[in-house]
Design a protein around this ligand. Sequence first.
Ligand SMILES: [Zn+2]
Length: 270
Amino acid sequence: MSDAVRIEHLAWPVYDRRVREDEPVVILPVGSLEQHGPHLPMNCDAVIPTTLAERVAVRTGNLVAPTICYGYKSQPKSGGGNHFTGTTSLDAATLVATVRDVIREFARHGVRKMAVIDGHYENNMFLVEGIDLALRELGRDGIEDMRIAKLPYWEYVTPATIDYAWPDGFPGWPLEHAGVMETSVMLYLHPELVDMAKAPRHAPADFPIYDLYPPDLSRIPSSGALSPSHIATEEKGRRFVDDYVSGMAGALAEAFGAKIRSRRKSTHAG
Ligand SMILES: [Zn+2]
């Protein structure tokens, strides 16, 4: 298994040797367990960055850490809200501490390059805080050379793919919760987990500019999806994934000087 990129699949001496000899970037996917409408499974935000991380790691000769599968609380304007059954979230302090602890442990192993791939919009600043606290703590321990990139995968899309996926206009990433992009990517990666017969056709959610706490549930589509997704296709998913994998592989090369391998015949190559 020369293509083995997942740390948890390696025996520890193999991992130890790879950390020392290859000086890999360890890619940490962070997601959520969150409702994604009536047509998608609740693991979208974890399975998408995990699969992207694996494909980026194969292309760049790096490693993938086990995914953090829980995330910060779903917000009405970006994930429908935390009141839906199944949406299972962490308090901010728990997420921050988890990210900090995992980074600190990888540093103890000798890892000095990491990339955090965020799959859940609401995690953003709590990942920044976990990274910042880890670097501060490591610096106090005399480890000054850890570098960490943070990548929101959806921003690596190309304008051509946006035009292809939304011929009538792009609704913006927050309203894309369980929308065309996530549905298409899941149709491409895991069609067995998607039920297109239940894909919402309702209008995009119409939110006020302010936020209310507790939220006004009457403004939130009862489907849990924030925009229609019936125009999602597997081919759109393939184009999104191609953009994301090549964009993030290029980003790692830029940030860390990592090599990008030419595409292999491997079944993992993406
Ligand atoms: Zn999502």
